[in-house]
Write a new protein. Structure first.
Length: 148
């Protein structure tokens, strides 16, 4: 869902979640020590870290690669030439290309069709989002242990 009155061409801070195709655990697994990334998960993390170098003014504040999704807290510059949608679609396409080469599967689907975003509208909202992102592996592990 997009905010109907928000100008997505303007700069801003966003909390983004992107799910893997059919929520498959392509990117790793969760253990008592946290996330253990698969080769695809390491590729995804590497591409997130490279995003600012490829997109002038983009800042990655916090991110986590989970087994079947990623969370990103990022900022786009005011007056930039890229929208959030453009950035996310370029990221997903680049990762998909590399995953297909890595696994030798030219038809592999890596991502779900959509992504979820939340416009961060105040500085006070940033710290709870950071905490949510960084504590996500521990919540998963706890949920796994209590549902056995």
């Amino acid at each position: 869902m997009r905010l109907p009155t928000y100008d997505y061409r303007s700069g801003g801070c966003y909390f983004v979640t992107i799910n893997s195709f059919r929520r498959q655990p392509l990117f790793g697994s969760i253990g008592p020590e946290g996330v253990c990334l698969s080769p695809l998960g390491r590729l995804v993390a590497s591409e997130i870290e490279a995003m600012p170098a490829r997109n002038l003014g983009v800042v990655i504040d916090t991110f986590i690669v989970m087994p079947d999704h990623i969370h990103l807290l990022l900022a786009l510059p005011d007056g930039g030439h890229r929208t959030l949608g453009w950035l996310i679609n370029a990221f997903k396409a680049g990762v998909t290309r590399q995953c297909r080469v890595l696994l030798g599967d030219s038809n592999m689907r890596v991502w779900g069709n959509r992504y979820h975003e939340h416009v961060v509208r105040s500085v006070d909202a940033i710290e709870p989002i950071r905490r949510y992102v960084l504590e996500n592996p521990a919540r998963w592990w706890l949920r796994m242990m209590t549902h056995r």
